[in-house]
Design a protein around this ligand. Structure first.
Ligand SMILES: Cc1cc2nc3c(=O)[nH]c(=O)nc-3n(C[C@H](O)[C@H](O)[C@H](O)COP(=O)(O)OP(=O)(O)OC[C@H]3O[C@@H](n4cnc5c(N)ncnc54)[C@H](O)[C@@H]3O)c2cc1C
Ligand code: SF4
Length: 493
């Protein structure tokens, strides 16, 4: 019997577990266990454990019942280079089935043991599949795959993923960089011939272009190939894929695939232009090298086997308990009110730092592991604001209305304007901080949560006005971290 399922720190959010068993695993930043009927989904849970590329799913079970094999045998038929570092591999398989756009997890073996990497299906039939693999200079998977000879065997999972064709009758745009083009090919082929298709394909140099002939043979398809570092001889488009997105119109379904920074940048650009979020589909080729055998930084090694996950959960509940205690402290211990404001401010500053530091130091798992803490920190800081507003205004509602409507507030006194702004936003954030709001608001929820920046800066300016020494340095620190993370993400996109 399966007694418990845990996700230890280091999840890279590749979504494999959620694709295999959405009833138990759900990705919110990183993977979380959301369902507890482990016995009902026993085989799927055990498959997810075996297919997790970074081995962070820990299943505690008190039986020795055999686990069904998660990988089928695949035999290499042929491999050939499409460019200097993109290798096309065809494998013979048995009774294979997939939907265009899906990927497989491939179990490989080297002198350090077995490990798993994911690759999208370029072509597939019941008897054969083709993958396009980028060979990175120190890539473990690429090293094994590029050294295979015809007849060698690897393990291949069932087809996985939800990156598949939707709304086939409306115009489609595809944005891909490098081998991110792999799932795009079968998706283009799966679309009706008369559906207009637009493909943005980003590579570094002219020598990195591949599959142009395949793309030009697909009916009704316009391809924009763009080189980020072209030579003078290159006559095509220049720049990153994000520089050409103006060709995407709001009636298009957009599928994006490739490195996560590029996918984030394209999603951001489109949603900032109010492209319907429901018409954007993404596949992120997340880095899967965070192997438990070879954690990559000394902090990673220290926290790797530690219970950072438990620490985060406990800290989250401590923050929720503190939040619940705020109204009582406010009402019964007036001397603590100033301290509560400080706590609120430090909580929101910490919240603001976690994501950019995580982006800047992706190898330091500690910061990724702290992502779930942001909800607790956000609740704590907005409870202080809401409590203050409630205690101050509800007993004297007329005065409250005057404050919100007076000319002093709307333009003559910056301090008041920012205090009120922080209050309004803090209350909205508090009301929407639960998962019910998240479900009800759908794509609007994330947009509303972005108000936390407004809250942070409005409250910071207010605190600076009333003499806080910490507010301005904290705002400068957070601003600098966000700019550095933005620049880094943009460079790697
Ligand atoms: C759903 C899914 C589908 C995927 N499909 C494909 C596919 O069709 N074709 C394909 O080539 N890859 C695909 N990937 C990525 C692939 O699984 C591997 O992560 C990638 O090929 C690197 O593996 P490796 O073992 O060769 O290198 P690793 O040993 O994992 O990494 C070697 C070094 O390169 C760095 N690194 C790893 N990934 C990247 C990257 N993307 N960019 C820059 N540096 C990196 C690592 O940090 C490390 O320092 C997919 C990933 C996912 C999650
Ligand atoms: S890394 Fe493992 S736990 Fe995280 S999403 Fe992928 S399969 Fe799930």
């Amino acid at each position: 019997m399966i007694k418990n399922v845990r996700i230890i720190p280091g999840c890279i959010a590749c979504k494999t577990c959620e694709n295999i068993c959405p009833q138990v695993f759900h990705i919110e930043g990183t993977s979380r266990v959301i369902g507890y009927d482990f016995e009902k989904y026993r085989q799927a849970v055990l498959r997810a454990e075996r297919m997790c590329p970074v081995n962070v799913i820990k299943v505690d079970r008190d039986d020795t019942e055999a686990v069904a094999e998660a990988f089928a045998e695949a035999t290499l038929i042929e491999s050939r280079y499409l460019t200097r570092d993109v290798l096309a591999l065809s494998f013979g398989v048995r009774e294979f089935s997939a939907v265009a756009g899906q990927y497989v997890s491939v179990r490989l073996r080297d002198s350090d043991g077995e490990f798993v990497r994911s690759y999208s299906l370029v072509e597939f039939s019941a008897a054969q599949i083709t993958l396009w693999v980028k060979i990175l200079p120190d890539g473990r998977g690429g090293r094994v795959l590029s050294s295979l000879a015809a007849g060698d065997r690897v393990g291949i999972s069932e087809a996985l993923g939800h990156f598949v064709v939707a709304e086939p009758d409306i115009p489609h745009a595809f944005v891909a960089t490098g081998t991110g083009l792999a799932p795009v090919i079968p998706m283009l082929r799966a679309l009706p011939a008369d559906t207009p298709k637009l493909v943005f394909f980003g590579v570094r140099t002219q020598a990195d272009v591949f599959a142009a002939d395949i793309l030009s043979a697909i009916p009704n398809t316009r391809t924009i190939i763009t080189c980020s570092r072209p030579s003078d001889a290159w006559s095509g488009e220049r720049g990153r894929v994000t520089d050409h997105l103006q060709h995407i119109t709001s009636d298009m379904h957009v599928s994006i695939c490739g490195n996560p920074a590029m996918v984030d940048a394209v999603e951001r650009t489109l949603t900032d232009r109010w492209h319907d979020r429901a018409r954007i589909l993404s596949e992120r080729y997340v880095d899967q090298s965070a192997d438990t055998l070879t954690p990559r930084s000394w902090i990673a090694r220290i926290v790797w086997d530690g219970e950072i996950g438990t620490f985060v959960r406990v800290a989250h509940y401590v923050l929720l308990t503190l939040s619940a205690a705020v109204p009582f402290a406010w009402g019964y211990a007036p001397s603590l009110r100033g301290d509560l404001w400080d706590v609120s401010w430090y909580a929101v500053t910490l919240l603001m730092c976690i994501r950019p530091i995580g982006d800047l130091l992706p190898d330091v798992f500690l910061f990724r592991a702290l992502l779930p803490l942001r909800q607790g920190l956000g609740i704590l800081s907005s409870v202080v604001v809401a409590t203050n507003a409630g205690f101050a205004y509800l007993p004297d509602f007329a005065n409250f209305l005057t404050l919100y409507t007076s000319a002093r507030m709307w333009g003559f006194e910056t301090r008041l304007l920012f205090a009120r702004l922080a209050e309004i936003v803090g209350i909205i954030l508090l009301i929407t901080s639960n998962s019910l709001s998240q479900r009800l608001l759908g794509k609007w929820w994330k947009r509303i949560q972005r108000l936390s920046y407004v809250y942070f800066f409005a409250a910071g300016i207010y605190l600076a006005h009333i003499g806080s020494d910490a507010a301005i340095p904290a705002m400068i620190l957070v601003g600098a971290l966000w700019i550095a993370a933005f620049v880094k993400n943009r460079r790697s996109s």
